[in-house]
Design a protein around this ligand. Structure first.
Ligand code: ADP
Ligand code: MG
Length: 525
């Protein structure tokens, strides 16, 4: 049983103080579905973080099974968070470059559970939420509702007694939201679920108890705990195991997403995990694990320095900060002027574009003076040369790189929609890092050899040996005419006929693919 007694939490930002929790006293039963209802800024998230041990109150007490947490050591908090609490957030907090299965397994990774058992438990949890068939997908291949179910599976994998959910349906459309709500209701049958929401209808429909919060105070409680109710015996805590890592990384990314809920979110998530994890690694001795996460992430999102740079953080601040002209004004709600006026969004963006002197930078990095070598795994220089690659076998010359397949639709071209193509790259070829060891550490070679010369290439399969049909078209292993036909139908607004067959290949068939690189100069002959 959880009991909060006169919990207070004040945030100070500069001279400004904000009471996020202002004397909250509440008791939660071991088995109920509580909705915490309140307007934005009423302290709901703060309350949830205090209950989950992600944040600590300034005063007051959280009493768990009749034991005060005032004397809790860090290790006690770890035990509590890891064994008894599951978290689900509005923004899912999934790691974008890892499979659904890996995301769920992560919650067990540091717990000393063996690999086979980890996988088996993660699969079982995913099946429980109806995602058994999607385990190898990455989060961006799932719908919002499915991602939230992954997050729920992750929260359930330790079979926590308490599930905390912060606006779990906030980012979902209403029908998907209902699905997630039904799932939470099911989960609440044999444990305590505390869900934060600002939607009174959802709260009334699903929760067994509604606690209303306003300005950090409880203003209403539909089913308060009474002293006469049976109180269960204090249970012995289960073994402490997993580290603080998952908990804090999740909390951190949850904060980050409040700032700019955009493309940057997932990126910030990865960086956040690295940053926090690195600090924790020192304390917890999980260096090897952290290192591999860092390498995985950085090989997908390397630090890159380009000739031209835009201050993205500045752009984000402008776009989320509302009226940027008034950004210096201290008042959060400036008095409107009597006329309308231009706010310089585009011109600010363009005036923020800077140029880097890459030649000097390279000279510096290459010199001993920089001392950079000891801090990096690999430095790679790219020059704006795109190899022109053609299918060597196809009877009619067909250019594969740069990929022209979608240019007829205005995607992937250099038209105004190229912003869109940034989001969905249609590239088939990528240059390998100079240091092949970086790649070798992350992939298993299943056939052939690692490339030795500039005329060889690697084909990357998914963990289970998958290869996208897009790649097959590019390699000529599926008839490219099929794809052309689909694109034609799409552009003419006709019903699209998709091939219904699914192909399989031997490794040898894949390795038999041949390409021709044509130097730009040859185009002039
Ligand atoms: P809710 O989840 O109900 O929207 P929160 O618990 O996030 O509300 O926040 C309650 C109040 O505390 C808000 O006024 C918010 O601005 C403030 N607050 C929350 N987190 C911080 C923080 N890290 N620093 C300063 N103020 C904060
Ligand atoms: Mg909140």
């Amino acid at each position: 049983m959880l009991h909060l007694s006169d919990v207070r939490k004040v945030y100070r930002t500069g001279a400004f103080t904000q009471a996020a929790l202002d004397g909250v006293t509440l008791t939660f039963r071991d088995n109920e579905f509580v909705a915490i209802l309140g307007p934005s800024g009423s302290g709901k998230t703060t309350l949830l973080n205090v209950i989950g041990g992600l944040d600590h109150a300034d005063s007051g007490d959280l009493v768990i099974d009749q034991v005060s947490t005032q004397e809790y050591s860090d290790r006690d908090w770890d035990t509590y968070r890891n064994n008894r609490i599951g978290f689900v957030f509005q923004s899912y907090n999934l790691i974008p470059h890892q499979s659904v299965l890996a995301n769920v397994e992560l919650a067990l990774t540091l717990s000393g559970v063996g690999r086979a058992e980890r996988t088996q438990r993660a699969k079982a949890a995913l099946e429980q939420v109806g995602l058994g068939e999607h385990v190898q997908k990455r989060p961006n291949q799932l719908s919002g509702g499915q991602m939230q179910r992954v997050a729920i599976a992750r929260a359930l994998i330790n079979d926590p007694e308490i599930l905390l959910a912060d606006e779990p349906t906030g980012a979902l459309d209403s029908s998907t939201g209902l699905h997630v709500m039904n799932m939470l209701k099911e989960i609440a049958k044999d444990r305590l679920v505390i869900m934060v929401t600002h939607n009174p209808e959802l709260a009334t429909e699903y929760a067994t108890r509604i606690v209303s919060l306003k300005d950090g105070k409880v203003t209403d409680d539909t089913h308060p705990f009474s002293k006469d109710e049976d109180v269960r015996e204090a249970k012995p805590a289960r073994r402490a195991s997993m580290s603080f890592l998952t908990a804090i990384a999740l909390s951190f990314t949850n904060l980050m997403t409040k700032k700019g809920r955009t493309l940057m979110t997932s990126f910030a998530g990865s960086i956040g995990i690295i940053g926090i994890a690195t600090i924790l690694a020192l304390a917890n001795g999980v260096n090897a694990y952290i290192r591999s996460v860092e390498e995985d992430t950085l090989s997908l999102y390397p630090l890159s320095i380009q000739t031209q740079g835009i201050n993205i953080a500045g752009m984000l601040a402008n776009s989320t900060g509302g009226d940027s002209d008034d950004s210096n004004s201290a008042s959060p709600r400036p008095t409107p002027r009597a006329d309308a006026h231009e706010t310089k969004m585009m011109s600010r963006m363009f005036s923020g574009v800077g140029t880097n002197d890459l030649k000097s930078l390279k000279a510096f990095l290459d010199s001993a003076e920089s001392g950079i070598a000891q801090h990096v795994t690999s430095i790679q220089y790219e020059y704006s040369v795109t190899p022109q690659i053609f299918d060597a076998d196809y009877t009619k010359p067909r250019q594969i790189n740069p990929n022209k397949v979608f240019s007829s639709l205005g995607m992937g071209g250099n038209s105004s929609s190229s912003l869109m193509s940034m989001g969905m790259s249609t590239d088939v070829f990528y240059s390998l890092p100079d240091d092949l060891e970086l790649v070798k550490g992350q992939y298993n070679l299943v056939a052939g050899n690692w490339p030795q010369g500039s005329e060889e290439c690697l084909l990357v399969l998914t963990g289970s040996g998958g290869i996208s049909d897009f790649m097959l078209y590019a390699m000529g292993l599926r008839d490219p005419a099929e794809l052309d036909e689909m694109i034609k139908e799409l552009s003419e607004n006709k019903p699209i006929t998709v091939p219904s067959d699914s192909k399989e290949f031997t490794y040898q068939q894949l390795m038999d693919a041949r390409f021709k690189v044509v130097p730009a100069a040859s185009f002039y002959e």
